[in-house]
Write a protein that binds this ligand. Structure first.
Ligand code: AMP
Length: 188
């Protein structure tokens, strides 16, 4: 059973790498960003509430997310084969919630892996992705806001997981396949 938490700034490539790893390990790739984008697209109540935060590069309030995570991790595929969490947790209170939830449902994670990429490369990558994927939160202003939010709210998770002895770092500023190789080695 593999259960991994993927950390990393916006643009670090964690979505892509998480997807590749999840496919090769045959486990669910659970991306809160993807789930939220689907909710926005479907114009659900949650999607409508989340959209204004996402468009500004802010984090969606925990109150909108926690039930969603609980429900997803309780589904049979996640219970039966593990998961890669991509984009959750994004702040310390989400990390604490996740720990409580996992204790409650009898699960635990193996590692929290951070894909490390220098800040200037992140902006470059995100602007590049903006032209390819046409995400509404990939304009330059919003990109810069997302990076500030990352520094302020998500970066503290490095210490959180380091203290638990599960933190690992991979240099994400290399060719995609080389990064994948390092991740596979770390996980297997
Ligand atoms: P991502 O695709 O992971 O970059 O997420 C896109 C956007 O969705 C973020 O900028 C946030 O607005 C929102 N989002 C995704 N995951 C979370 C989370 N764990 N907590 C709060 N907001 C989130």
């Amino acid at each position: 059973m593999t259960r991994l938490i993927f950390l990393g700034a916006p643009g670090a490539g964690k979505g892509t790498q998480a997807q590749i790893l999840a496919e090769s390990a045959k486990i669910p790739h659970i991306s809160t960003g993807d789930i939220l984008r689907a909710e926005v697209k479907g114009q659900t109540e949650l999607g409508l509430k989340a959209k204004s935060y996402m468009d500004k590069g802010e984090l969606v309030p925990d109150s909108l997310l926690l039930d969603m995570i609980r429900a997803r991790l309780s589904q049979s595929d996640a219970v039966g084969s593990g998961w890669i969490l991509d984009g959750f947790p994004r702040n310390v209170s989400q990390a604490e919630f996740l720990d409580r939830l996992l204790t409650e449902i009898g699960q635990n994670y193996d590692l929290a892996i951070n894909l490390d990429v220098p800040q200037d490369r992140l902006v470059e990558r995100l602007l590049n992705r903006a032209t390819i994927q046409n995400r509404p939160d990939d304009t330059e202003d919003v990109i810069r806001r997302r990076l500030v939010v990352y520094d302020q709210q998500t970066l503290p998770l490095i210490d959180y997981y380091r203290q638990k002895g599960v933190y690992r770092e991979v240099n994400g500023d290399r060719e995609l396949a080389v990064v994948t190789q390092d991740l596979e080695t770390l996980v297997n």
